[in-house]
Design a protein around this ligand. Structure first.
Ligand SMILES: [Fe+2]
Length: 169
């Protein structure tokens, strides 16, 4: 194995956290679907597909580096929320936790002078900027909509159009 055990263990842990993220977003979609908000539900199902992609990118890298991408137990997701805003706020908090974890991985890779892994992780650093920005924009939009039901349902319709497109690299 080319990279240190400490770094490899942290990479496997992060692959599992990306899977946890996938499940967390499916749980959000499921809650929204139950409430008839198909557009919001679609948005979070696409988010879940992105998380699967993030997890598989780790899976491939771990294997390329001669590691073992072991699957851990995934803790139960939050299944109950008070509002759509509460869901999106939790999504933003979740993405902030992911960013902190990616930075921690980057710290280990930097300490190890593991340049290939630093290069690999840079993709996630950039991705996290976008993820946090997307969730923050959604919170801002929901706050602007406020109690305007027509605007809220129009936004739900808009979100039905989101599709998952795998990134090129
Ligand atoms: Fe992710």
């Amino acid at each position: 194995m080319k990279i240190s055990q400490e770094l490899m263990d942290a990479m496997v842990d992060q692959m599992n956290y990306e899977l946890l993220s996938e499940f967390a977003y499916i749980a959000m979609a499921s809650h929204l679907k139950k409430d008839g908000l198909d557009g919001f539900a679609n948005y979070f199902m696409v988010q879940a597909a992105e998380e699967r992609f993030h997890a598989m990118k780790f899976y491939n890298y771990i294997n390329e580096q001669g590691g073992h991408a072991k699957i851990a137990a995934i803790p139960e997701s939050i299944n109950s929320y008070d509002s759509v805003l509460a869901i999106v706020e939790e999504a933003l908090e979740h993405e902030r936790r992911v960013t902190a974890r990616i930075y921690n991985l980057m710290d280990i890779a930097t300490k190890d002078r593991e340049y290939a892994t630093i290069s690999f992780l840079n993709w996630y650093v950039d991705e996290q900027v976008e993820e946090e920005d997307n969730m923050q924009s959604m919170i801002d939009k929901l706050n602007r909509i406020g109690e305007n039901k027509a605007a809220f349902y129009h936004y739900d319709e808009q979100l039905a159009a989101r599709v998952f497109t795998p990134p090129v690299k």
